[in-house]
Design a protein around this ligand. Structure first.
Ligand code: FAD
Length: 398
């Protein structure tokens, strides 16, 4: 077998693909792993004076550790990651902070916080910057085709082709590379759109992430460093479309009412966007010399704020397999390590995808019995120590 151009080619430089590039480059620096990251879109770190983008994610402490390991975390300080120290979840039929509110508290766990709210574009840009500094080759072009052979993989970039031992598809939920590799599958749409914007609140958010479960879907108010809150409000598409058509004052009034005034009056303080929501877990995460990571492999409802965190867990698991294969002098595109990665991560993502889906179904089910049952469900979780501990561990560790 002739020597390929690269050992690993990662298609897609969103948060997950860029994290894999930086982590592999950092952990395999000594062994000279040759990595290419293929991303057609420019990913520049926003300037300090640029307003905060509306796409922000709650990044868990495991995600923060990954960002710290590759030295991307210090770069993100310029965009003020906002820690959240508490999380409160309650049903719309209950009062916020009442006995049936589920509360996660970092202080109870001896931790400084439960995670941070960070701008997606800044995370991707910081990781790409670090990946390049660690020796990754960035190619600004889309992947157009794939030829996956037992000997070697070839990635078609239009004007040129590159050969590699391993291709990683990190190209998002609709993943052209997943289709090119014959792994197929399309995300199933939820009958919901997530409305996203930043809001100014009358009362201080106090570093608390809040989520109120309404009949139409959950409404989350997540703390930002500048005192505003990030809104993620999931609701039926027709209702979301109607809300998007309102002027800022009417939208502010609607979201103030829907939040039960938990932070007093809310006013729109950024552009408003709607994102269709979907659920997906690929039937297979691996095929000949190719694996899937991040949204290319799985997508979940944002109610638990875990999508990119699950992607970061894929990155950690795949990196561990690649590092071990390198240390053993083995072929990193061998079905053995790829299969182990695929089985472990697919099972974990299936479990959590099903859990988030169940929560979504229970909280959007209009039947009287379910409505009455769910009133106390969160309070029950609050009182059941081990269950709550498990949920907290998941929120912290990703
Ligand atoms: C409303 C909302 C709120 C959310 N909140 C949270 C949260 O709080 N916490 C959390 O953990 N998750 C959250 N998520 C989920 C999170 O945003 C996603 O899981 C995450 O962005 C996926 O990252 P990714 O890198 O896998 O994919 P993407 O971000 O989709 O990146 C894919 C990349 O691939 C590139 N690409 C596409 N086609 C090609 C090609 N042919 N060749 C090369 N490159 C290509 C694209 O340009 C893009 O840069 C939320 C999602 C939504 C919708």
């Amino acid at each position: 077998m002739s020597r390929p151009d690269f050992d690993v080619v990662i298609g897609g430089g969103g948060m997950v693909g860029a994290a894999l590039a930086a982590l592999l480059a950092s952990r395999c620096h000594a062994s000279g792993l040759r990595i290419a990251l293929i991303e057609p879109r420019p990913a520049l770190m926003p300037l300090p004076q640029e307003p905060l983008d509306v796409r922000v994610s709650a990044v868990s402490r495991a995600g923060q550790q990954l960002l710290t390991e590759v030295a991307a975390w210090p770069l993100l300080q310029a965009r003020s990651p906002a820690p959240y120290e508490r999380m409160m979840v309650w049903d719309a039929q209950e009062v916020a902070g009442g006995p049936n509110t589920l509360i996660f508290d970092a202080a109870e766990l001896g931790e400084p916080d439960l995670g941070h709210l960070i701008e997606n574009r800044a995370v991707a840009a910081a990781l790409i910057e670090r990946a390049i500094a660690l020796g990754v080759t960035l190619l600004r072009t889309p992947v157009m085709g794939l030829h996956l052979d037992r000997e070697m993989a070839t990635v078609d970039l239009g004007e040129r082709q590159v050969t590699t031992s391993l291709v990683v598809a990190a190209d998002g939920a609709h993943s052209p590379m997943r289709h090119l590799a014959g792994l197929g599958g399309e995300p199933l749409p939820y009958p919901q759109t997530a409305l996203v914007t930043h809001l100014r609140a009358e009362k201080s958010h106090g570093g608390v992430a809040r989520q109120r479960f309404l009949a139409g879907g959950p409404l989350a108010l997540l703390p930002l460093a500048d005192g505003r809150v990030s809104l993620v409000w999931s609701l039926p598409p027709a209702e979301a479309d109607a809300l998007l058509l309102l002027d800022d004052a009417a939208f502010g009034a609607a979201v103030t009412a829907a939040s039960d005034q938990v932070l007093g009056r809310l006013a729109v303080a950024a552009e408003r966007c709607g994102f269709p929501l979907r659920r997906f877990n690929a039937a297979h995460y691996a095929t000949t010399r190719l694996v899937l990571v991040g949204d290319a492999a799985h997508a979940v409802h944002p109610l638990a704020g875990q999508g990119v965190n699950q992607g970061f867990l894929d990155v950690l698991a795949l990196s561990a397999e690649i590092v071990a294969a390198r240390a053993a002098g083995a072929d990193i595109g061998d079905p053995g390590p790829l299969g182990r990665y695929a089985r472990a991560r697919r099972a974990d993502n299936a479990l959590f995808g099903a859990a988030f889906d169940t929560i979504y179904r229970v909280y959007t089910d209009d039947r009287d019995l379910v409505r009455r049952g769910r009133r106390v469900l969160l309070g029950l979780a609050q009182r059941l120590g081990p269950l709550k501990q498990h949920l907290v561990a998941r929120a912290l560790l990703g």
